[in-house]
Design a protein around this ligand. Structure first.
Ligand code: GDP
Ligand code: MG
Length: 597
């Protein structure tokens, strides 16, 4: 295809504003997929994505479109991941295309996550076409939302397209806008091959599949190509495009988006943002902007049932095959036995992996408190990275500790502003900016990542009844007065409950945690002290009273099947308990105890 008849674009939208539905309509209107093969949400492949309404892997589809003027076009749509944890992946997808459709729900307006992705599109020099969706709904208010797009984002929304992805209104106009308002790609067929690695995933039949955007040169089946990051050379055994089913083609030229396979065994060997060139007569200038993806949030994953450790290893290895940004190493905990210390790009990433292990592999897990990476400056001048509070060195050897800070952007209706400010203030936030757009406020805070990783999203959602949206980026490291707080149950330290906290908040956190644990740990036949301590010093304490003997009395008598049922329930419940010395702690206690407020 000649370059002037190619258009590459992405769709930027906040979750639920209609990105997938619009993509479906574009695919349907251009007859890319036979009517009988059409199913809802063509681009959202994984179950978990469908359930949560989020896309994690970039998906792509090639659409043939005959324009109103009779010309034939090839449109490539890359559907980018929609979450903050995947900002780098999003930035690479954006570099692979020339334009974006900005889809905004015309009954709702602009949200924080939309902003983050729009800025990525602007950074990538995209032409941006605003699309106001859901105009079939009575609450639609296109003028207000168009004005908001101009106010908040600062792009012209006067010729925004008004669409109902549901009924199909405005889909033709959207396709025409793509070809008339978005630029064609540029590239040199005769230059050495430069292909950007946009994404990769493991396919059980094909091995690793690599999604590429050709910048210069031509990629053909049988070529020997080099990954410029690590110099590895591969024999390309298949190239093709997504329609959206994988369809083999002979070659991919400049401006085109497609896939290659080359008997690559591990996703880890294919780094997002890498440049692929030919082994011979290749380029020596990789594309700019490559960054290795590094985990920022760590936590321990332990099987509730120790016998499932090997199953857990198996599950983690399989998941890591398809996810190069997820790291793991074995960990042993005095309290929890064998497990893994895992690193994630962010909280959502952590949740997705944990859910998949529990659901797809059917393993009950204990997740320890998520931790960020602290920089520990020793008195001897050494700097170490602390991934796990349990590994904290003796405080007397430490000069100072630095923690990661983020810049958080929150969009919230006026009514809830006070609650949001209070939440950020409680989490040691420093206000950076506060502006208004219509009846909504945009608040920017400098916050410790540590205060955000556990339950900030949940709290934000609950104090704003779900009306706030949130996005963040890392700012850097800063020194603060940080200490490790331990929890002792019946005088035994429970390492899985150790956390790093700010010294000024330690008493408050310690008290809250002891109170929670008191409610979460069932009574035993003896009194159980629950304590929080820093170093050797106890800063908070609760006592769980002993069980009175006669409570068990009601188990006697009554009918036998009911008793049996109760016993079975008890047994099932027991499996979700862990023994600490003489005390049994339910799995739920680990998660609940760490929630703040
Ligand atoms: P995504 O998260 O941005 O991919 O959003 P989806 O495409 O999954 O859409 C979210 C919800 O909005 C779904 O229930 C859709 O059926 C609905 N939806 C999408 N577009 C429209 C529209 O134009 N009108 C109406 N009424 N509902 C829509
Ligand atoms: Mg979707």
């Amino acid at each position: 295809t000649d370059l002037s008849h190619i258009r590459n674009f992405s769709i930027v939208a906040h979750i639920d504003h209609g990105k997938s539905t619009l993509a479906d309509r574009l695919i349907q209107m251009t007859d890319t997929v036979a009517e009988r093969d059409m199913k809802e949400q063509m681009l959202d492949a994984m179950d978990i994505e469908r359930e949560r309404g989020i896309t994690i892997k970039a998906n792509t589809v090639r659409i043939d479109y005959t324009a109103v003027d009779g010309e034939q076009y090839v449109l490539n749509l890359i559907d980018t991941p929609g979450h903050v944890d995947f900002a780098y992946e999003v930035s690479r997808s954006m570099r692979a295309v020339e334009g974006s459709l900005l889809v905004v729900d015309s009954t709702q307006g602009v949200e924080a996550q939309t902003l983050a992705n729009v800025y990525q599109a602007i950074d990538a020099n995209h032409e941006i076409v605003p699309v106001l969706n859901k105009i079939d709904l009575p609450a639609t208010d296109c003028d207000r939302v168009a004005e908001q797009i101009e106010d908040v984002i600062g792009i012209d929304a006067s010729d925004a397209i008004r669409v109902s992805a549901k009924t199909g209104v405005g889909i033709r106009e959207t396709l025409e806008a793509i070809i008339h308002r978005l630029p064609a790609p540029t590239g040199d067929r005769d230059a050495p091959l430069k292909a950007m690695l946009v994404d990769s995933w493991y396919d059980a039949y094909l091995g690793v599949v690599v999604l590429v955007r050709i910048m210069d040169g031509v990629l053909k089946k049988g070529d020997r190509v080099r990954m410029m990051q690590n110099g590895s050379v591969h024999h390309v055994d298949r190239i093709g495009v997504f329609r959206p089913a994988m369809t083999v083609v002979d070659q991919l030229g400049p401006g085109e988006i497609g896939f290659l396979t080359a008997s690559i065994k591990q996703v880890r060997d294919t780094k997002v943002g890498d440049t692929i060139t030919h082994e011979k007569r290749g380029t020596d200038k990789p594309l700019p902007g490559f960054k290795p993806s590094v985990p920022v949030v760590f936590c321990g994953l332990f099987p509730v049932d120790n016998a499932e450790f090997e199953d857990l290893r198996d599950a983690i290895e399989k998941l890591a095959l398809n996810d190069a940004s997820f790291s793991y190493e074995m960990e042993t905990s005095a309290a929890l036995g064998f497990g893994f210390r895992c690193g994630f790009l962010g909280l959502l990433h952590l949740e997705v992996i944990r859910d998949r292990i529990e659901r797809e592999y059917d393993i009950d897990l204990i997740t320890t408190a998520p931790s960020v990476i602290y920089h520990i400056y020793g008195r001897d001048g050494e700097v170490t990275e602390l991934h796990n509070p349990a590994d904290m060195p003796d405080p007397s050897t430490i000069d100072h500790i630095e923690e990661p800070r983020i810049k958080a952007t929150i969009l919230v209706p006026d009514d809830f502003l006070g609650d949001v400010l209070k939440l950020c203030q409680d989490r040691r936030g420093i206000q950076m900016d506060l502006t208004y757009a219509g009846s909504r406020a945009m608040v920017v805070y400098d916050l410790p990542l540590n205060e955000v990783v556990f339950d900030f999203y949940d709290r934000l959602k609950s104090v704003t009844k779900g009306y706030a949206s949130f996005d963040y980026q890392l700012l850097g490291y800063r020194t603060d007065n940080l200490v490790k707080m331990q929890v002792l149950v019946n005088d035994e330290p429970v390492d899985a409950l150790s956390t790093m906290v700010h010294r000024d908040r330690a008493e408050q956190r310690g008290r809250a945690m002891c109170e929670k644990l008191k409610d979460l740990i069932p009574r035993h036949m003896f009194k159980i002290p629950i304590q929080a301590a820093i170093g050797g010093k106890v800063i908070a304490r609760e006592t769980l009273a002993a069980l009175r003997k006669d409570v068990t009395a009601k188990c006697y008598g009554g009918d036998v099947t009911r008793k049996k049922k109760l016993l079975e329930k008890q047994k099932a419940g027991k499996k979700k308990m862990r023994q600490f010395g003489k005390v049994e702690i339910p799995q739920q206690a680990f998660i609940s105890a760490l929630k703040m407020d």
